[in-house]
Write a protein that binds this ligand. Structure first.
Ligand SMILES: Nc1ncnc2c1ncn2[C@@H]1O[C@H](COP(=O)(O)OP(=O)(O)O)[C@@H](O)[C@H]1O
Ligand SMILES: [Mg+2]
Length: 229
């Protein structure tokens, strides 16, 4: 058995409760992801893809179940451990880029490393390398407002890698882009994950993009079911 897992989930359940009703979105969800594996998740709108990714990202909590990401047991983390988990273990990419508008492309990539305590020179070197990896060396000093949508998303991909995370979580990273840019960003994401040997969980409704992963799952009735092509 390969114990080099990055994600291990047993019996995850997520129920949203309001005063009048309770809604179970995820149930009996099991998943194991080995280091270096690229996983994609598809499923209808409202099926729970973002809920699932947010739980993995420590942005939401499961109602019950075991969720282990490397050494981190997600349901048991205090604020300090949660921050450590997010800054050291994870790289996050969303549909919207969430770049800081008053900072340049280079600074946006560099800041998470600097805030995590990396020496300034080292962080800058790494950020320049990542900027070059995503083909934006010429745009280092541009503000997000001076970049195209596709370029902003390229910066977001570079930023997700700056702290050398183990696991990259991407929720509809191409969702806001036109078809040509979607293809570019999708290809770039996979090539960066390969280059830096990361583990990837990608949520997308783009089947073509999803099929680039090693394993593709669909969320059906709250559980993950492998999609066989
Ligand atoms: N905070 C919340 N409270 C109640 N219901 C929620 C909340 N967040 C999401 N939901 C519901 O959970 C379901 C799954 O949402 P989501 O994970 O965003 O789906 P997807 O990303 O697959 O489109 C939806 O029916 C949504 O309405
Ligand atoms: Mg979603």
């Amino acid at each position: 058995m390969n114990n080099d897992f990055v994600v291990k989930i047993e019996n995850l359940e997520k129920t949203y409760r309001t005063e009048s009703e309770s809604l179970t979105i995820l149930r009996n969800l099991n998943l194991e992801i080995n280091s270096g594996t690229k996983v994609s998740i598809v499923g209808q709108s409202g099926s729970g893809k973002s809920t699932f990714l947010n739980i993995l990202g420590g942005l939401d909590t499961a109602t019950s179940g075991l969720i282990q990401c490397g050494p981190f047991l997600l349901n048991q983390l205090d604020e300090k451990k949660l921050t450590e988990y997010r800054s050291s273990y994870l790289g996050l990419i969303f549909q919207f880029h969430y770049l800081l508008k008053d900072f340049t492309a280079l600074e946006n990539i560099f800041l998470p490393a600097y805030m995590a305590g990396m020496p300034k020179n080292e962080a800058r070197e790494k950020a320049l390398q990542l900027l070059s990896d995503v083909g934006l060396s010429e745009r280092a000093e541009h503000l997000p407002s001076q970049l195209s949508g596709g370029e902003r998303q390229r910066v977001a991909v570079a930023r997700s890698l700056i702290n050398d995370p183990k696991l990259i979580l991407a929720d509809e990273p191409t969702g806001n882009l036109d078809p040509a840019n979607s293809k570019l960003i999708g290809d770039l994401l996979f090539s960066m994950v390969d280059k830096y040997q990361k583990t990837l969980v990608l949520v997308t409704h783009d089947m073509k993009l999803a099929s680039k992963a090693d394993i593709c799952y669909s969320i059906k009735d709250g559980s993950l079911v492998q999609v066989v092509e």
